[in-house]
Design a protein around this ligand. Structure first.
Ligand code: 5AD
Ligand code: SF4
Length: 483
């Protein structure tokens, strides 16, 4: 396992090993030599900074990149002072790409000032051939470009850049490989994301994820459990299981396992107090899962269940494979088994051909389900997806009007849903000092809502009973209660 490997004992003059992860440790050891040379010349360690765009999958990938950088010997830096800046990109909506180009443009002057500075780009946007072509043509100052499938080769790519002095580009179309036991550096000491699967096979017609993250691959349960046991012994008590569609976990394994079965095993791990997961696809959410959740003491009473649209016609053209009625029935079943569950969702406004009547159906679902919160998105045309070539793209002003109406509805309902818990006492896991007041801390409740209350850094990572004094719409102001 990675924490038992001594990089300085690796013979970097020998040929690199063919097998993983040994090969990557060899390259980490090799890169360490450059870092030491840098230190000798500059009297300080080089600094690196990884910036994440997009979802929790990317956030977890960034922790893996930081783990490799730490092993190589980089000190943590910011975008202002780093010698190596990595953008872990997203491409789920067009504006994610636009932001990356904008930020890259801002890095150019820094690179002129410090010719030794390196820039790396990885993540979903790099899986788009058009994006890479544009970078090759107009952003020649980028040093390393790689995609989502070979992120585990980060050390090898850095070594290639050091050795060649040239731009290194390595993008794979797909992979069936999952490399275990590489380093990572967690943002929080007490909670962690855990990948349980990669990729997606659903091909929702608007979504680029299956094209940039590849086919669905599940990790072996024993590898997942080993990682969670190790995290628990390291002081982690809350885990977030990550996958594009966790409900179809395990279907493609040699010995298939259901997501519910996996959860039951994870529940047994001592030291883990809270289990979360995302994202659930409604079409694959089984009765078995509802039962396991309802019986569990550790699985948080929160379900993120993207509906995307309330119109059966739009859902069919989105290739979501459920109807409005099926979705509402599912919600009913979940609420019956767990009346206190918090439900959240994703909604897209302005999918091609969406009529006012279709949009009203979406509002109707929002009113019926009464989500605790909802992420609302304006449809973004992604080249290569079936929806991009559909007729009747909705005009911008119409979308904007619907988006505003939806947001208003979602916010009003969420505020009312939130107020229900006002005046109760709930357990919060304290995550950090409040961003707005240094005398307050921010804790997360089991239902995923946040509470701010008076406290100091000594509370971080602890479970505290908090009286929810006042609901502020999406969060609470609370008071620590005496145990
Ligand atoms: N346009 C707008 N939103 C999108 N999403 C995925 N693809 C698109 C797109 N092309 C949203 C979906 C998904 C969330 C992660 O992003 O709602 O659940
Ligand atoms: Fe995209 Fe649909 Fe897969 Fe989610 S389930 S990643 S929305 S294709």
């Amino acid at each position: 396992m990675y924490n038992e490997i001594n990089l300085d004992k690796i013979d970097i003059n020998a040929d690199p090993p063919a097998e993983e992860p040994a090969r990557q440790f060899y390259f980490m050891a090799k890169c360490r030599r450059w870092v030491r040379d840098f230190e000798k010349t500059n009297g300080r360690l080089p600094k690196a900074c990884v910036t994440t765009f997009g979802c929790q999958m990317n956030a977890r990938d960034s922790e893996k990149l930081r783990g490799v950088l730490r092993e190589i010997g980089y000190a943590p830096g910011t975008e202002e002072d780093a010698d190596f800046i990595i953008y872990n990109t997203c491409t789920v909506r067009e504006n994610a790409n636009t932001r990356v180009y904008g930020r890259l443009g801002q890095l150019k002057p820094g690179k002129k000032k410090n010719p030794n500075m390196m820039i790396g780009l990885c993540g979903c946007m790099m899986q788009e051939p058009e994006a890479v072509e544009k970078l090759k043509k107009s952003y020649r100052f980028v040093d390393i470009i790689f995609g989502t499938h070979n992120i585990y080769k980060f050390a090898e790519l850095i070594a290639a850049r050091f050795e060649s002095g040239q731009m290194v580009i390595d993008i794979w179309k797909d992979t069936d490989q999952i490399v275990e036991n590489l380093p990572n550096e967690r943002k929080y000491s007490f909670k962690s994301g855990v990948n349980i699967m990669f990729g997606c096979n659903n091909f929702c017609s608007y979504c680029i994820v299956p094209y940039v993250r590849g086919r669905e691959r599940s990790r072996e349960p024993k590898e997942i459990l080993r990682e969670i046991e190790r995290l628990a012994s390291d002081g982690v008590s809350e885990i977030m299981l990550l996958g594009q569609n966790v409900n179809s976990y395990g279907k493609t394994l040699e010995t298939p396992v259901t997501f519910a079965e996996l959860l039951k095993e994870i529940e047994k791990v001592d030291g883990i107090r809270r289990i979360r997961f995302m994202t659930s696809h409604p079409k694959d959410l089984s009765d078995e899962l509802i039962e396991v959740m309802a019986d569990s003491k550790k699985i948080c009473r929160h379900l993120h269940l993207p509906v995307q649209s309330g119109s059966t016609d739009i859902l069919s053209r989105m290739n979501r494979r459920y109807t409005k009625e099926q979705y509402l029935k599912l919600v009913e079943k979940i609420r019956k088994a767990m009346p206190d569950i918090s439900l959240t969702t994703d909604i897209i406004v302005g999918f091609p051909g969406e009529t006012e009547a279709d949009f009203e159906e979406t509002l109707d679902v929002v009113r019926k389900v009464r989500y605790d919160s909802a992420f609302t998105f304006i449809y973004s045309k992604r080249t290569g997806t079936p929806a991009a070539v559909m007729e009747n793209q909705v005009p911008e002003e119409v979308i904007k009007n619907r988006f505003d109406r939806l947001l208003k509805e979602v916010q009003e309902i969420a505020a009312k849903a939130c107020v229900v818990h006002e005046g109760t006492t709930k357990e919060a896991l304290v995550e950090n000092i409040s961003e707005h007041d240094e005398n307050m801390v921010t804790g997360r409740l089991g239902n995923n809502l946040l509470v701010h209350f008076a406290g100091d850094a000594s509370l971080i990572g602890k479970y505290i009973n908090v009286y929810l004094k006042e609901c502020k719409g999406f969060y609470y102001i609370g008071e620590k209660t005496e145990e």
